[in-house]
Design a protein around this ligand. Structure first.
Ligand SMILES: [Zn+2]
Length: 219
Protein backbone atom coordinates (compact mmCIF):
# COMPACT_ATOMS: atom_id res chain seq x y z
CA UNK A 1 0.00 0.00 0.00
CA UNK A 2 1.16 3.57 -0.74
CA UNK A 3 2.72 4.80 2.57
CA UNK A 4 0.61 8.00 2.43
CA UNK A 5 -2.63 6.01 2.09
CA UNK A 6 -1.44 3.66 4.85
CA UNK A 7 -0.83 6.57 7.27
CA UNK A 8 -4.24 8.07 6.43
CA UNK A 9 -5.94 4.71 7.05
CA UNK A 10 -4.11 4.34 10.37
CA UNK A 11 -5.18 7.86 11.36
CA UNK A 12 -8.76 7.08 10.34
CA UNK A 13 -8.81 3.87 12.41
CA UNK A 14 -7.26 5.61 15.43
CA UNK A 15 -9.71 8.52 15.38
CA UNK A 16 -12.67 6.16 14.99
CA UNK A 17 -11.38 4.09 17.89
CA UNK A 18 -11.08 7.23 20.03
CA UNK A 19 -14.72 8.04 19.28
CA UNK A 20 -15.81 4.47 20.15
CA UNK A 21 -13.88 4.64 23.41
CA UNK A 22 -15.36 8.01 24.29
CA UNK A 23 -11.95 9.74 24.27
CA UNK A 24 -13.49 12.05 21.70
CA UNK A 25 -16.94 13.08 22.86
CA UNK A 26 -19.97 13.97 20.71
CA UNK A 27 -20.10 17.74 20.30
CA UNK A 28 -16.35 18.11 20.92
CA UNK A 29 -14.43 20.36 18.55
CA UNK A 30 -11.25 18.82 17.17
CA UNK A 31 -8.36 20.45 15.40
CA UNK A 32 -5.81 18.95 13.00
CA UNK A 33 -2.98 19.99 15.32
CA UNK A 34 -4.48 18.26 18.34
CA UNK A 35 -4.93 14.96 16.50
CA UNK A 36 -1.62 15.21 14.61
CA UNK A 37 0.25 15.63 17.90
CA UNK A 38 -1.73 12.86 19.60
CA UNK A 39 -1.23 10.36 16.77
CA UNK A 40 2.30 11.58 15.95
CA UNK A 41 1.63 12.17 12.24
CA UNK A 42 1.49 15.23 9.98
CA UNK A 43 -1.72 17.19 9.28
CA UNK A 44 -2.34 15.64 5.82
CA UNK A 45 -3.34 12.10 6.95
CA UNK A 46 -5.47 13.66 9.68
CA UNK A 47 -7.31 15.81 7.13
CA UNK A 48 -7.85 12.75 4.89
CA UNK A 49 -9.11 10.71 7.83
CA UNK A 50 -11.49 13.45 8.96
CA UNK A 51 -12.92 13.82 5.45
CA UNK A 52 -13.56 10.08 5.36
CA UNK A 53 -15.28 10.26 8.76
CA UNK A 54 -17.31 13.20 7.50
CA UNK A 55 -18.59 11.08 4.62
CA UNK A 56 -19.67 8.48 7.18
CA UNK A 57 -21.52 11.19 9.08
CA UNK A 58 -19.39 10.68 12.20
CA UNK A 59 -17.82 14.16 12.19
CA UNK A 60 -19.00 17.44 10.66
CA UNK A 61 -16.82 20.25 9.35
CA UNK A 62 -17.64 23.78 10.32
CA UNK A 63 -16.23 26.45 7.97
CA UNK A 64 -13.21 28.23 9.51
CA UNK A 65 -13.58 26.28 12.75
CA UNK A 66 -12.46 22.75 11.96
CA UNK A 67 -14.26 19.54 12.76
CA UNK A 68 -16.74 18.57 15.44
CA UNK A 69 -17.66 15.05 16.60
CA UNK A 70 -21.22 14.57 15.50
CA UNK A 71 -23.95 14.44 18.13
CA UNK A 72 -27.62 13.65 17.76
CA UNK A 73 -30.41 16.13 17.40
CA UNK A 74 -33.93 15.73 18.78
CA UNK A 75 -35.38 14.84 15.38
CA UNK A 76 -32.97 11.91 14.99
CA UNK A 77 -33.72 10.74 18.51
CA UNK A 78 -37.45 10.73 17.74
CA UNK A 79 -36.84 8.79 14.52
CA UNK A 80 -34.57 6.34 16.32
CA UNK A 81 -37.02 5.52 19.10
CA UNK A 82 -39.95 5.16 16.69
CA UNK A 83 -38.09 2.58 14.60
CA UNK A 84 -36.65 0.88 17.67
CA UNK A 85 -40.10 0.46 19.26
CA UNK A 86 -41.46 -1.18 16.10
CA UNK A 87 -38.50 -3.54 15.73
CA UNK A 88 -38.37 -4.51 19.39
CA UNK A 89 -42.07 -5.23 19.43
CA UNK A 90 -41.48 -7.82 16.70
CA UNK A 91 -38.35 -9.15 18.40
CA UNK A 92 -40.09 -9.75 21.72
CA UNK A 93 -43.01 -11.51 20.04
CA UNK A 94 -40.59 -13.87 18.26
CA UNK A 95 -38.55 -14.36 21.44
CA UNK A 96 -41.63 -15.52 23.35
CA UNK A 97 -42.43 -18.03 20.61
CA UNK A 98 -38.91 -19.35 19.99
CA UNK A 99 -37.13 -19.16 23.38
CA UNK A 100 -34.99 -22.06 24.57
CA UNK A 101 -33.82 -22.52 28.21
CA UNK A 102 -30.14 -21.90 27.32
CA UNK A 103 -30.99 -18.64 25.55
CA UNK A 104 -33.08 -17.53 28.47
CA UNK A 105 -30.13 -18.08 30.80
CA UNK A 106 -27.97 -15.99 28.46
CA UNK A 107 -30.57 -13.22 28.47
CA UNK A 108 -30.61 -13.25 32.26
CA UNK A 109 -26.80 -13.07 32.27
CA UNK A 110 -26.89 -10.05 29.92
CA UNK A 111 -29.44 -8.43 32.23
CA UNK A 112 -27.19 -8.97 35.26
CA UNK A 113 -24.05 -7.64 33.53
CA UNK A 114 -25.89 -4.44 32.59
CA UNK A 115 -27.17 -3.84 36.11
CA UNK A 116 -23.61 -3.85 37.49
CA UNK A 117 -23.04 -0.41 35.93
CA UNK A 118 -23.96 2.22 38.48
CA UNK A 119 -23.19 5.30 36.39
CA UNK A 120 -23.88 6.25 32.78
CA UNK A 121 -21.08 5.50 30.35
CA UNK A 122 -20.70 4.44 26.76
CA UNK A 123 -19.93 0.97 28.05
CA UNK A 124 -23.17 0.85 30.02
CA UNK A 125 -25.12 1.73 26.89
CA UNK A 126 -23.36 -1.05 25.01
CA UNK A 127 -24.38 -3.52 27.75
CA UNK A 128 -27.95 -2.22 27.59
CA UNK A 129 -27.91 -2.84 23.84
CA UNK A 130 -26.52 -6.34 24.47
CA UNK A 131 -29.60 -7.19 26.58
CA UNK A 132 -31.96 -6.00 23.85
CA UNK A 133 -29.94 -7.66 21.06
CA UNK A 134 -30.12 -10.95 22.96
CA UNK A 135 -33.92 -10.74 22.82
CA UNK A 136 -33.69 -10.26 19.04
CA UNK A 137 -31.25 -13.16 18.80
CA UNK A 138 -33.65 -15.41 20.73
CA UNK A 139 -36.40 -14.34 18.34
CA UNK A 140 -34.30 -15.82 15.54
CA UNK A 141 -34.88 -13.21 12.81
CA UNK A 142 -31.27 -12.43 11.80
CA UNK A 143 -32.06 -9.43 9.64
CA UNK A 144 -34.08 -7.86 12.44
CA UNK A 145 -31.17 -8.43 14.86
CA UNK A 146 -28.75 -6.80 12.42
CA UNK A 147 -30.99 -3.78 11.87
CA UNK A 148 -31.38 -3.34 15.60
CA UNK A 149 -27.60 -3.52 16.15
CA UNK A 150 -27.06 -0.85 13.50
CA UNK A 151 -29.73 1.30 15.11
CA UNK A 152 -28.13 1.06 18.56
CA UNK A 153 -24.70 2.01 17.19
CA UNK A 154 -26.16 4.99 15.40
CA UNK A 155 -27.44 6.54 18.61
CA UNK A 156 -24.78 5.39 21.07
CA UNK A 157 -21.88 6.80 19.08
CA UNK A 158 -23.54 10.18 19.02
CA UNK A 159 -24.87 10.48 22.55
CA UNK A 160 -23.25 12.35 25.42
CA UNK A 161 -23.78 9.90 28.25
CA UNK A 162 -22.83 12.21 31.12
CA UNK A 163 -26.00 14.28 30.65
CA UNK A 164 -28.46 11.38 30.94
CA UNK A 165 -30.71 11.66 34.01
CA UNK A 166 -29.43 9.63 36.95
CA UNK A 167 -32.84 8.27 37.99
CA UNK A 168 -32.85 6.10 34.86
CA UNK A 169 -30.14 3.83 36.30
CA UNK A 170 -32.45 2.21 38.91
CA UNK A 171 -35.54 2.43 36.70
CA UNK A 172 -33.84 0.62 33.81
CA UNK A 173 -32.81 -2.25 36.08
CA UNK A 174 -36.43 -2.70 37.16
CA UNK A 175 -37.76 -2.42 33.61
CA UNK A 176 -35.27 -5.00 32.29
CA UNK A 177 -36.36 -7.34 35.09
CA UNK A 178 -39.99 -6.87 34.02
CA UNK A 179 -39.13 -7.58 30.36
CA UNK A 180 -37.16 -10.68 31.30
CA UNK A 181 -39.92 -12.07 33.54
CA UNK A 182 -42.58 -11.49 30.88
CA UNK A 183 -40.51 -13.35 28.25
CA UNK A 184 -39.74 -16.18 30.67
CA UNK A 185 -43.42 -16.62 31.55
CA UNK A 186 -44.37 -16.31 27.85
CA UNK A 187 -46.77 -13.49 28.63
CA UNK A 188 -46.98 -11.61 25.33
CA UNK A 189 -49.36 -8.88 26.47
CA UNK A 190 -47.20 -8.11 29.49
CA UNK A 191 -43.97 -8.30 27.46
CA UNK A 192 -45.31 -5.85 24.89
CA UNK A 193 -46.43 -3.45 27.63
CA UNK A 194 -43.04 -3.69 29.39
CA UNK A 195 -40.95 -3.06 26.27
CA UNK A 196 -43.22 -0.23 25.14
CA UNK A 197 -42.92 1.50 28.50
CA UNK A 198 -39.15 0.93 28.69
CA UNK A 199 -38.54 2.45 25.26
CA UNK A 200 -40.90 5.38 25.97
CA UNK A 201 -39.04 6.12 29.23
CA UNK A 202 -35.64 5.84 27.49
CA UNK A 203 -36.82 8.24 24.80
CA UNK A 204 -37.93 10.77 27.42
CA UNK A 205 -34.64 10.47 29.31
CA UNK A 206 -32.55 10.78 26.15
CA UNK A 207 -34.34 13.97 25.11
CA UNK A 208 -33.96 15.31 28.65
CA UNK A 209 -30.22 14.50 28.46
CA UNK A 210 -29.78 16.31 25.14
CA UNK A 211 -31.49 19.43 26.48
CA UNK A 212 -29.27 19.26 29.55
CA UNK A 213 -26.10 18.83 27.45
CA UNK A 214 -27.05 21.72 25.17
CA UNK A 215 -27.62 23.99 28.15
CA UNK A 216 -24.32 23.02 29.76
CA UNK A 217 -22.25 23.22 26.57
CA UNK A 218 -20.12 26.30 26.19
CA UNK A 219 -18.59 26.46 22.69
ZN1 LIG B 1 -32.84 -1.28 28.01
Amino acid sequence: MDPKIKTSTLAYNSIKQMIFQYQLIPGQKITYDFLAKKLKVSNTPIINALHRLEQEDIVVSIPNRGFVIRDVNIEEVEEYFRIRAALEMLAIEDAIKNQKPKQLRELNAARRIHQEFKVFSRNRLVKDAAFHLKIAEIGGNKLLARLLKHLFEFIYLRLRTESLPFHRIAETIEEHQGIYTAIESKNLIRARACIKRHIAQDRKATIEGIHEANTAYIP
